[in-house]
Design a binder for this molecule. Sequence first.
Ligand code: DHB
Ligand code: FE
Length: 280
Amino acid sequence: MARVSASVYSSHTPAIGAALDLGKSTQDYWKPVFAGFDPSKAWLQQHTPDAIVLVYNDHATSFSLEMVPTFAIGTAERFEVADEGWGPRPVPPVFGHPELAAHIAQSVIQDDFDLTVVNRLDVDHGLTVPLSLMCGQPQAWPCPIIPFAVNVVLYPPPSGKRCYSLGKAIRKAIDSFDKNLNVQVWGTGGMSHQLQGPRAGLINTEWDNAFLDRLIADPEGLSAMPHIEYVREAGSEGIELVMWLIARGAMSDKAPKVVHRFYHVPASNTAVGHLILENQ
Ligand code: DHB
Ligand code: FE
């Protein structure tokens, strides 16, 4: 049977992708950001899964504001890299896992979570930047990737509690897939940042680190945090962090092994946070 072996959490700041694509990753400003992911690249090479369920948010790129699903699963064989206004990033296309994705859709929908099934989806920085941070600049991504999109851009976002329960339903779906697959679930976005209004530039280091502590040790308690606290404490875009609870919910109920933890400011307008957790 398939199983979830580990989860990875990472910010998706688009300027990180641009820094890598434009050859600026060794500049003083960016060096510490990429250095924080050096152990992660080595870990992923040693622990390459058979598939990744990559929980991310689309930024009004593929889903225009005319139609915004709360949760959507990509079931296609291939996903193109989106043009976000200055041409697609020079990164490989994403190859999906239609069989596992269809199984997850079937299991999770029958478990009362209403997923939108998406057969065509161009993926934006929300998905490609975490891949770049974890993989560098490869010719191809290391394994099939199932994009799992969450609405955190158009009010109202889903609650932390619903995201955490959805993660558990995804774990159950993976556990019941009749093939011997090693699967990772990634949660992306965050950490604290606000891109708009009078509080633009907000970063809350203390709150972010408390979030990381609780994500590791008390995810159930953390899932009860109301969305307004994310917005108040971590900024209007800090709400992206609810997606991390989906990946955390997909982990076993036993305490995970913390393989790597990293936190860094500044990176554009966003606090970069990163965790790798393994199931014991
Ligand atoms: C930035 C961060 C984001 O999450 C995003 O989607 C766009 C921009 C930033 O920090 O610049
Ligand atoms: Fe974002």
